[in-house]
Ligand binder design. Structure first.
Ligand code: BG6
Length: 480
């Protein structure tokens, strides 16, 4: 792996929403902690016609809105490192001007593309024609990387024509989340779980990513995407891969990604009966009325804002263990969590005394609450004259309480720093993306074949009742 620290950063899509909410705040926070080169030059580019001053004003407003005041200390120094070059990706001369403002990439240049996928190809061509793709340049790519396997291959081929894989950094911002990285620590820095982490002891796994937000002025993008492509293809499959993968030999980009891709390739094609799709109708979130998807969109559509899938990993470790995945917009609360449901004890010695055991369960809260809760059986204190009492009690760790010292960082702080420093461990390799699309495309093809329609659900509910039935059929209840 080429490791070099770049002193230049080129931000495509610099006036976009991601830049405003995440990228500029993350860069300012990193600069404030002296984690970027002191002489770093950050050149923003987009179609918007702005000059340096205009971009700095844009950045300054974004920071005030999205970066806590306590982390804005060095804001004026940070703003002085920013410049701006307007660019229309179809205009060759615009790239010449951009190359002139970016300067020589000899000391390392990192490029971050947060643009519409249709602009990837012309952008890469423009960069290549103007000396911005050499051995000291690496490129970060923000989703969506296509809408299916075929279109993602086109994008990946275009990028590969100018950059080798070890200089391509595909972002999945869930991997930048501290709690997601902690999954690896939980699994592989403890001896307790690994011997039980298999089909002999685990009954099923649930992964939920619930959101309360609706379309959020992303009408154009979202209606062409839907929950399966927007959330399952990337974030949820990455979570699944981290939960299910074999222990990597070392914590490095090759070993970790080798293990993840094996899981992604072992996913069994889901049948239509194993998926449920839904679309929200008007309802209420936190007692506030919200409109339905069709009203927000202004027309009828069959795009799913909710999806539940019963998935299977066809390998030795996970044979017969369903992984239930569920994600949706306008659900009752924002929560991302993983539930690992263990099997019951093979034989209960307490049964003769009327006591029931409840199988152990490990709940890993990713957001907003970060916690790890293991349910254990305990004896209810007493003389047991009316029977032996057993009760499930939680062994609960709220991670923020344990680690009050370290800063709570934005996922993009981690990812941008890794891009600048050249560590690919938390970025998605091409074979992973393609295995993810492969699985998702087959599900979509099944929906089309069956002409499956999204079932409606009321905003503020947990999705269509069919999603509950999908799990209940197996005697499984979603954790809420
Ligand atoms: C994005 C999706 O990738 O992830 C959005 O496009 C979604 O639709 C978002 O809202 C969720 O991210 P987070 O970090 O808020 O869970």
């Amino acid at each position: 792996m080429t490791r070099f620290t770049s002193d230049r950063l080129l931000l495509f899509g610099a006036t976009g929403d991601l830049s405003r909410r995440m990228l500029l705040p993350s860069l300012c926070a990193l600069a404030g902690d002296a984690l970027l080169a002191p002489n770093i030059q950050i050149v923003g580019t987009a179609r918007t016609d702005l000059d340096d001053e205009g971009f700095r004003n844009f950045a300054s407003q974004s920071l005030e809105e999205f970066l806590p005041a306590s982390r804005r200390g060095s804001m004026s120094t940070f703003l002085s490192r920013l410049s701006y070059q307007p660019l229309d990706a179809s205009q060759e001369q615009d790239f010449q001007a951009l190359a002139a403002s970016a300067g020589s990439p000899a000391n390392g240049l990192s490029i971050f593309l947060s643009t519409a996928p249709s602009l990837f190809e012309p952008t890469i061509r423009g960069l290549a024609a103007n000396g911005l793709t050499g051995p000291n340049v690496r490129i970060g790519l923000e989703k969506p990387l296509g809408i299916d396997l075929a279109s993602s291959k086109v994008i990946n081929d275009a990028v590969a024509a100018a950059f080798p894989e070890d200089r391509i950094f595909r972002i999945d911002h869930y991997l930048g989340k501290e709690t997601v990285q902690n999954l690896l620590a939980l699994r592989f820095a403890n001896v307790l779980f690994e011997p039980l982490w298999n089909a002999a002891h685990i009954d099923h796994v649930q992964i939920t990513v619930a959101e309360t937000v609706g379309l959020e002025s992303r009408v154009g993008y979202y209606d062409g995407s839907g929950a399966l492509r927007d959330m399952v293809q990337n974030h949820m499959l990455q979570l699944l891969a981290l939960v299910a993968m074999e222990p990597p030999v070392t914590y490095d980009a090759t070993s970790v990604r080798d293990e993840k891709v094996k899981v992604l390739r072992s996913l069994r094609k889901a049948t239509s009966g194993e998926t449920v799709i839904g679309q929200y109708r008007a309802g209420a979130i936190a007692s506030q009325p919200v409109p339905g998807y069709d009203e927000e969109l202004g027309r009828a559509s069959n795009t799913e804002t909710f999806v539940a899938i019963k998935s299977h990993i066809d390998n030795w470790r996970w044979r017969g263990v369903p992984f239930y995945l569920r994600t949706g917009k306008r659900l009752p609360k924002r929560t991302t969590e993983i539930v690992v449901q263990f099997k019951d004890v093979p034989h209960s010695i307490f049964q003769g005394r009327g006591a029931q055991t409840t199988p152990n369960r490990l709940v890993i809260g990713i957001q907003p609450e970060e916690h790890i809760t293991l349910s254990l059986m305990a004896k209810v204190p007493g003389l047991d004259r009316d029977g032996y009492g057993l009760h499930s009690v939680p062994l609960a760790i709220a991670t923020p309480d344990l680690f009050a010292g370290p800063k709570h960082r934005i996922a993009y702080e981690r990812l941008l720093l890794d891009l600048i420093e050249g560590d690919q461990t938390l970025f998605v390799r091409r074979d992973e993306v393609e295995a993810q699309w492969n699985w998702v495309d087959a599900i979509r093809a099944g929906w089309e074949e069956q002409q499956m329609e999204a079932k409606t659900y009321t905003a503020g509910s947990w999705g269509p009742s069919a999603a509950i039935a999908l799990a209940e059929r197996d005697g499984v209840t979603w954790r809420e």
